[in-house]
Each structure stands twice: as structure tokens, then as C-alpha cells.
Design a binder for this molecule. Sequence first.
Ligand SMILES: Nc1ncnc2c1ncn2[C@@H]1O[C@H](COP(=O)(O)OP(=O)(O)OP(=O)(O)O)[C@@H](O)[C@H]1O
Ligand SMILES: [Mg+2]
Length: 263
Amino acid sequence: MTDILLQVRQLEVVYHRVATAVQGVSLEVPKGSIVALVGTNGAGKTTTLRAISGFLPSEDAEITDGDITYGDRRINGQLPHQMARAGVILVPERDKVFGTLSVEDNLEFAARGGGEITLERVLGYFPLLTQRKSQLAGYLSGGEKQMLAIGMALLCRPTLLLIDELSLGLAPIVIKDLMALLHRISKELGLTVLLVEQNANAALAIADFGYVMEGGRVVFYGKASELISHPDVREFYLGGAAQSETKSYRDIKQYRRKRRWWG
Ligand SMILES: Nc1ncnc2c1ncn2[C@@H]1O[C@H](COP(=O)(O)OP(=O)(O)OP(=O)(O)O)[C@@H](O)[C@H]1O
Ligand SMILES: [Mg+2]
């Protein structure tokens, strides 16, 4: 049997006691694997990561149904510092580094807990950070900031790394290099990764398994290699149509059902 590190069962999350953002989401993250959680704007990806990492209360949101199990512990309602201590480290979409501190100070801050992954090892993965060490983190480019954030996360004793939009705002070539590096880091360190991405192509290319979310639900899941070749996934999430606001897989599915009914 595969060793499952994280299991989410029938998760439901509500913001401000009124708005349901995630409805009945289930997913599994096997130990040592990279799992991609992809989907268009507002699908509920960030909300799912917040539920796992304990960041719902600060957004006035709560888990209203379902279970999250990490290792053998049910972790519903745990707070961010408790999850971080347990090895669940989130690299958030925004505000991932301390902009008014230097690169060096950001790294030293992250390393203060004394994890097994040394600063030398991190700088080995991201040599550019050595060149930029005296620069204020707020003035780094998007790609450099992302490297610093991942470097910091690696210093925080991670067992499960949650990354929200690695590719956001980055040039295609930078995305490709960063994804390849993330894959190498995960395999070399035996690090389990749950990677949230709008860029489904880039994420599925390095993932072992993938989940596609739309409207707060999982609409597809499977081995990443199978999702990449699935015709509907290709049409709606890997091609141009995925980026279109007007076309949604769920709408089209309903349309097809109706057509079948009348036709
Ligand atoms: N802090 C918040 N307060 C209220 N509603 C929120 C909040 N954050 C997200 N939502 C709502 O929850 C739903 C899911 O949003 P979420 O941010 O999880 O989607 P996402 O898949 O991460 O989208 P994106 O790709 O744009 O980052 C959306 O309808 C969004 O408006
Ligand atoms: Mg998001």
C-alpha cells in the first residue's frame, strides 16, 4: 500500500459564514510525491491550501465539513504555527518574503530553527541568492523572490511543502527552470510537495499525480501523465480554452449531457 502523507476527505470551506468556496473536495498526497492541484481563477485551490496549513481563521473562514489527516493525525482547526512545527510549510501566493530585510537576513530568519537542510545546501540549489545576499528582498525580481521563498521554506524543516502559484508572473523559461529545480529538490530530499498552479502544463509536467478543480470541486484526478493526455483536460485546462473566462468544463459537460438527452 502506498504511504499517504496527507489525506483530505470531503472538505467543505465557508468564508464569512456565508460563501462556500470548497465543496466536497477529496485528495491524497503520497509520501515523497509531487501532487499538482490545478484549475482556473476562483476554483478553490488557495482555499484548500489554507485549510491544510491552518490559515483559514485569519481570512474569517472555517472548515464546515470533512476531514484533513496528516500522517495519522486529524488536523482540522490546527493553527499555522502548529502545522509549521509538524513540518507543513506554506509558500503563499503573496507576501512570501520580508521585503524590507536583505536576502541574507531572510534566510537567517528561516534557518533559526536549525533544520537538517543547511543554508549551504539551499545556496547550492539557488546560487543566485549568494550574489544577491545584501540586496533587499523587496527589490528582487519575481523569479528571484520565488527562489528565496522556496529556499526559506526548505530551511524550516519541511516534510510537506505547500506551494501556491510557483509560476505567477514569471517568464516561461524561468517557470521551466524553477519547475525542474523543484522536481530535483523534491526527489533528492525526499520532500513531499503539493503544488497549486493555474499553469496546469507546467505543474503536471513535474507532478506524479494531479487534481483539477473547478467551482470548488475536483472535476478530474489521476496520474499526471494520464491527465496530460486526457482529451477533456487538454481541451479545457492545457490549451487556450483553459484561460478563457467564458468556457468552463462544467458548463460544457452539462451542455453535452443536454445535447445527448435531446439528440
Ligand atoms: N478571503 C476571502 N474572503 C472571501 N472569499 C474568498 C476569500 N478568498 C477566496 N475567496 C473566495 O473563494 C473562492 C475560491 O477562491 P480561491 O482563492 O481559493 O481560488 P483559487 O483557485 O486559488 O483562484 P486563483 O487561481 O485566482 O488564485 C472564490 O470564489 C473567492 O472569491
Ligand atoms: Mg489562488
